[in-house]
Design a protein around this ligand. Sequence first.
Ligand SMILES: [Zn+2]
Ligand SMILES: [Zn+2]
Length: 170
Amino acid sequence: MFCARCRDRELRVDDLEGWEVHMCTECGGLWIGGDVFREAIRKPPPATVMSVKGPAPQPAVWEESALSCPACGKAMKKGVYSYSSGVIIDRCEPCGGIWLDRGELAKIRAFVNWKPPQERVLMAQLQAEGVRRRMETQERRWGAGGAMRGRGGLEGLIPFLRNLFSDSFE
Ligand SMILES: [Zn+2]
Ligand SMILES: [Zn+2]
């Protein structure tokens, strides 16, 4: 398999966090099978890559790309990944393969894993609220720290913790 960009460079089979990809050591481009691509993009990007919100969604237009698929040799199509990611990728319709230039995987991960700041704050608040309520319930039942004081030792602690983190508390 040769690089879609450098053409005369043979792609190296590489291990990307457990997924098999084909990488060009010259330009850093990646050929990824469609199934692997769909899995790999769900992983959050490294902390150094900012999570981004894409621009307004664009209609999906897939144009002829100048690249040929390294795997099957067919002409690829290029277009914006998932309407609003702002990342232009090349994909091969016949075999489902995806060509990513250097850095594009991280950008797509940043897009896929993006959450609005309000949503992140809300989720943190809900979690904190849930824990607080469960602790209050425990306190009403046994008094503050009662579970641990009253029953003593690890035996008393385990059901206490189990109830604390269980959503189906009575
Ligand atoms: Zn290359
Ligand atoms: Zn192909």
